[in-house]
Ligand binder design. Structure first.
Ligand SMILES: C[S@@+](CC[C@H](N)C(=O)[O-])C[C@H]1O[C@@H](n2cnc3c(N)ncnc32)[C@H](O)[C@@H]1O
Length: 334
């Protein structure tokens, strides 16, 4: 795919990550320049990032959230789609802001999805958390009159349709032979992923999503970023809400999951990341995904394991210690 320039004036080249504060970077870009936005911001819960301090004053964090969401809405084409993933702590405030933007005719809200994952953080005196909130919005073209069979935004129904229970269980002749759309609660379980690979979860036989949060031991884990998302979560979004050649933008690149999926699905990719180190490593991951067309998989050797044995005992102990430290950090946080 040839690189594109988003606008003759100040548009950045696609297939790149801008390092630095996304607010400053996005302010330089022209309006209506991207087709799909996926945003997974820091959740203000004390995660340890390379550069970003993830425990800000409540009001400051909410104000910042409103700023970057409004700025993203400006960058979205009228025919585009935007997804925001957020934890319980700020889901309500985020939803209220999206409602405000809809009232101001800046975007149109479509769904509030729940991503239900296994391997959630272990809590000591409350229920373990096993979900995140995913808000789905589209651009302003949806304010005009439109029909569900021809919406003014990309919605590739057949790319994500699944058989309905009418088809698989009840043999109901009224069932749509083309299947149904997935529910708005997405389940993601780990066991099948490790066994059979992530692509299966978006196969035609599933009507909900089974795939875990990515734990430290999973092969998909890059190992250098604290909160990497599973590629399969992004795969459904990129598949349904963009076409080949579209521009997919992620204001918080992190380990590069969104853009790696976009690249291997032949979309142009564009991102912002505060940390130069994350941006450098994510760029390597994305380019590899574009070249191989495959999801990231660390090898056993990458993880210091040879034929089931730790390569060096000290390293194995160290990583176990790190894991325990992370888990106890999660317990205090949640
Ligand atoms: C939750 S992580 C994103 C993880 C990503 N979805 C993945 O799968 O790897 C949030 C990222 O946003 C970055 N970040 C924080 N503040 C930022 C800002 N103002 N501009 C750009 N990036 C920022 C952090 O460095 C972190 O890597």
């Amino acid at each position: 795919m040839p690189e594109t320039t988003l606008a003759a004036s100040a548009g950045p080249k696609t297939d790149s990550i801008a390092t630095g504060d996304c607010l400053k970077t996005m302010a330089k870009w022209p309006a209506a320049c991207v087709d799909l936005i996926f945003a997974d911001p820091p959740y203000n819960i004390g995660y340890k990032y390379d550069q970003y301090e993830d425990s800000r004053d409540d009001h400051e964090y909410i104000e910042w959230t409103e700023q970057w969401i409004t700025t993203c809405a400006r960058l979205l084409k009228p025919t585009g789609s935007m997804y925001v993933l957020i934890g319980d702590e700020y889901a309500a405030e985020t939803r209220v802001h999206l409602k405000r933007l809809e009232r101001e005719h800046q975007l149109v809200f479509r769904n509030w999805m729940i991503w239900h994952y296994t391997f959630g953080q272990n809590c000591k005196a409350k229920f373990n958390r096993s979900h995140a909130h995913l808000f789905y919005c589209v651009g302003t073209a949806a304010f005009d009159k439109w029909s569900v069979t021809d919406p003014p935004f990309v919605f590739n129904r057949q790319a994500i349709a699944v058989p309905s229970a009418r088809q698989t269980t009840y043999g109901d002749r009224r069932a749509n032979p083309k299947g149904k759309l997935p529910d708005d609660t997405w389940y993601l379980r780990p066991q099948e992923v490790e066994k059979e690979g992530i692509e299966r979860y978006f196969g035609p036989e599933e009507d909900t999503w089974y795939l875990s949060r990515l734990c430290g031991t999973f092969n998909e884990r890059v190992g250098w970023h604290p909160c990497q998302l599973p590629e399969s979560l992004l795969e459904r979004i990129v598949r349904v809400s963009s076409n080949e050649g579209d521009v997919v933008f992620d204001p918080f690149v992190g380990s590069g999951t969104t853009l790696a999926v976009a690249a291997r699905m032949h979309r142009h990719w564009l991102g912002c990341e505060l940390s130069k180190e994350y941006a450098r490593k994510a760029t390597g991951r994305i380019k590899q995904a574009a070249e191989t067309g495959k999801a990231h998989q660390s090898t056993q050797a990458d993880k210091g394991i040879v034929r089931g044995q730790p390569k060096k005992k000290a390293e194995a102990h160290k990583s176990r210690r790190d894991q325990v430290a992370r888990e106890s950090q999660s317990e205090t946080l949640f």
